[in-house]
Design a protein around this ligand. Structure first.
Ligand SMILES: NC(=O)c1ccc[n+]([C@@H]2O[C@H](COP(=O)([O-])OP(=O)(O)OC[C@H]3O[C@@H](n4cnc5c(N)ncnc54)[C@H](O)[C@@H]3O)[C@@H](O)[C@H]2O)c1
Length: 357
């Protein structure tokens, strides 16, 4: 058995919110990190950590009373887990990853977003790029069967070349909501190079140090331009749909994974005919158990899982750079900004009201 631990035992770490339980499609479950770890046959939930003693006690109660820690440093030293789920708020997450890595953890399921500054991202990059480190993100839709089937359909060429991806997540904030949109666009882009990012926010509130942003800015519009001309758009359209537009048709994952829709030209009719495809048979783990299973397979030396995870890790780093480039773009009047053309002092605390993303 591989020793696993969860740090941060709130909604994502241990207790899935009631509204998600009520409305999200079945592909979302199990969602909480601790639930997914407990469901995996090769993983032992060896410890839980939360800085709040109340939250820690509640989580230990719910998950069979494993050892509990108020400080992740003590957990890293004493438990030395092979795999860790990190579901704290973003501030401090980079230090948690570095500390666990220094104590030998090699598999990380890390809530989105990855970190709060370009400096933290630069420090995490060599860790995540290391071939013996495996990582997945809380932007978990890319692991769900329905999104994979949608990308397979596009790749089949049936609708012509991919031209545009739209992630309709409503008027969402850069750190709270849109990491999911960015991740889906990168997933659909299948490793294409990002040529630049163009974005406009409602407003950026300056923080206390040069380059700092205090609020979690709501995206009005953001476009990720890929080097072959494919565009990934984030606007304010609602619905939690992912739309993959090709030259002659479209594939849509609707309503967060509830339905798969296609639109295509048939015969001489120039208009697109729309159709809902029957549900694909469910295969393999879903919810957070899907990325956790990939990580567990990586730790046991599964070459396919390791290769797949290398792409996922690259997209975690790329997605974070996209977020920073979006801020940089807004500051430069929505110019197109390359991923490496960002103020090295840029940081964001992503505060909304009294909460941090
Ligand atoms: N993947 C998704 O769909 C999704 C959905 C909601 C939130 N999130 C992300 O997940 C993260 C957690 O969100 P949440 O809604 O579960 O938050 P939450 O506030 O419910 O839980 C966070 C928990 O982490 C604990 N914590 C904070 N700092 C800690 C530290 N240094 N050490 C140990 N414990 C610490 C808090 O006490 C709290 O119990 C956020 O960054 C958020 O952006 C992801």
């Amino acid at each position: 058995m591989i020793k696993a631990a969860v740090i941060g035992c709130g909604r994502m770490g241990a207790f899935t919110s009631e509204s998600v339980k009520r409305f999200s499609p079945p592909c979302w479950f199990p969602l909480a990190h601790a639930e997914a770890i407990a469901a995996h046959p090769d993983l032992e939930l060896a410890a839980l950590c939360d800085a709040s003693s109340d939250n820690l006690a509640r989580a230990r109660d719910a998950y069979g009373d494993p050892p509990g820690y108020l400080d992740y440093r003590a957990l890293a030293e004493e438990v030395r887990p092979g795999l860790v789920g990190i579901a704290t708020r973003t501030i401090g997450r980079a230090d948690i990853i570095r500390t666990l890595h220094a104590h030998g953890t090699r598999a990380f399921h890390v809530e989105k977003p990855l970190c709060n500054s370009v400096a933290e991202l630069d420090a995490l990059t060599p860790i995540l790029q290391s071939p013996d480190v495996h990582a997945t993100s809380g932007a978990v839709r890319r692991f769900f069967g329905i999104y994979r089937v949608a990308c397979d359909l596009v790749r089949s060429g049936r609708f012509g070349r991919l031209v545009e991806v739209r992630a309709n997540f409503g008027a969402g904030a850069l750190y709270w909501t849109q990491p999911h949109a960015v991740d889906l666009i990168l997933f659909a882009a299948e490793g294409r190079d990002v040529a630049g990012v163009q974005a406009r926010f409602d407003r950026l509130d300056p923080g206390e140090t040069p380059g700092a942003v205090q609020n979690d800015p709501v995206v009005q519009s953001a476009t990720i331009w890929f080097d072959d001309g494919v565009a990934g758009h984030i606007g304010r359209a609602p619905g939690l749909d992912l739309v993959l537009s090709c030259e002659n048709g479209e594939v849509t994952v609707a309503s967060d994974g509830r339905a798969l829709l296609i639109a295509e030209q048939r015969g001489d009719d120039p208009y697109l005919v729309r159709e809902q495809l029957p549900d694909s048979p469910h295969t393999g783990p879903q919810g957070t158990l899907a990325p956790i299973s990939e990580l567990a397979a990586c730790l046991t030396g599964d070459a396919r899982a390791i290769a797949a995870n290398a792409h996922n890790k690259a997209d975690i780093l790329r997605g974070q750079r996209v977020a920073f480039a979006a801020i940089e773009s807004h500051r430069r009047g929505s110019a197109i900004v390359g991923l490496d053309d960002v103020d090295p002092a840029l940081s964001i605390s992503a505060r909304t009201g009294g909460n941090y993303a």
